[in-house]
Design a binder for this molecule. Structure first.
Ligand code: ZN
Length: 299
């Protein structure tokens, strides 16, 4: 039988942790049919000599929510071997939307190139599907949008009614196919979120089997305490946790301490991981450094 594609002569790294092997990979009907010395000639042949052949990479921390609608080719991802992006990170994302004017501040790279015609994660997915992105996408339900749609941008905890409304939006997000929930506790719309509020929402996430990804409350002097808060939230609720861009701006000692803390909780059986980015101490928007009142937040 003629394979549809043979990727020939590359070094296969299969992602299981196994040692790299020199092998051909035959693909038929969209699945890998053979790994080894493939004798048959493929309908297409790809010379991979000198290249690594790997499964597609997962980008656990993407902010391409809006830009995928503008340019669904996702060239920067594909060129790096990324085939799946997790969006909706840091409390930012394209849905749910209450007031579109307010929601726009909470979408990375937003322009008027695409009208915010949807209100729910299902509506966003419909628009994204119609754009036919070149990569696979999972989304988190972003807390910054849950808050904007209920509390607005205010430096205070949600009232019980507002928390109930946020819970309903989060549940609807899961019904719509969300993969989890994210917070951006350093940002103006979320600095007023007490630990108890994030914990209440994470109980929903745990019940729905979702992932909780958090851009922690503080990444400067109190960075380690903020990571400890995230770990506590996960341990209290039983949610799976991803600490986003673990990179305290206060220096390497804080980074070492943070990693040791994560390892301690992992040893206790907590399902927690973290990601890092390539900038040594991280960057973000200026608004994260300003007191909430200076960014238009209501008291
Ligand atoms: Zn972030």
């Amino acid at each position: 039988m003629t394979p549809d594609l043979v990727i020939r002569g590359g070094t296969v790294v299969d992602g299981t942790g196994a040692a790299p092997i020199s092998a051909d990979v035959a693909v038929t009907g969209g699945t890998i049919a053979e790994i080894g010395r493939v004798a048959a000639r493929g309908a297409r042949e790809l010379d991979a000599a000198g290249c690594l052949v790997t499964p597609g990479f997962i980008d656990i921390h993407s902010h391409s929510d809006f830009t995928l609608l503008v340019d669904p080719r996702a060239v920067s991802a594909v060129k790096q071997g990324v085939t799946l992006e997790v969006i909706g990170n840091c409390g930012f994302g394209c849905a749910p939307i209450g007031d579109p004017e307010l929601a726009m501040d909470n979408i990375y790279g937003v322009t008027d190139a695409v009208t915010l015609s949807w209100r729910t994660i299902a509506g966003y997915f419909d628009t994204l599907t119609a754009a036919r992105p070149a990569i696979n996408v999972l989304t988190l339900g972003p807390n910054g949008q849950l808050r904007r749609a209920t509390v607005g941008v205010a430096d205070r905890p949600a009232t019980p009614d507002e928390l109930a409304a946020m819970t309903r939006l989060l549940e609807q997000g899961f019904d719509d196919g969300a993969f989890g929930f994210s917070t951006g506790l350093e940002y103006p719309a979320e600095v007023g979120v007490p630990e108890s509020e994030a914990t209440a929402l994470c109980r929903v996430v745990a019940r729905r089997g979702g992932l909780y990804a958090t851009h922690t409350r503080d990444r400067d002097a109190r960075a380690v305490e903020a990571i400890e808060e995230a770990l506590r939230t996960a341990e209290t609720t039983g949610v799976r946790l991803q600490i986003s861009h673990l990179a305290p701006r206060s220096g390497e000692a804080a980074t070492e301490q943070s990693i040791a803390l994560v390892e301690r909780f992992r040893a206790r059986g907590l399902d927690v991981a973290f990601d890092m980015h390539t900038r040594r101490f991280g960057t973000t928007m200026l608004s994260a450094m300003l007191p909430p009142w200076a960014t238009g937040a209501r008291a």
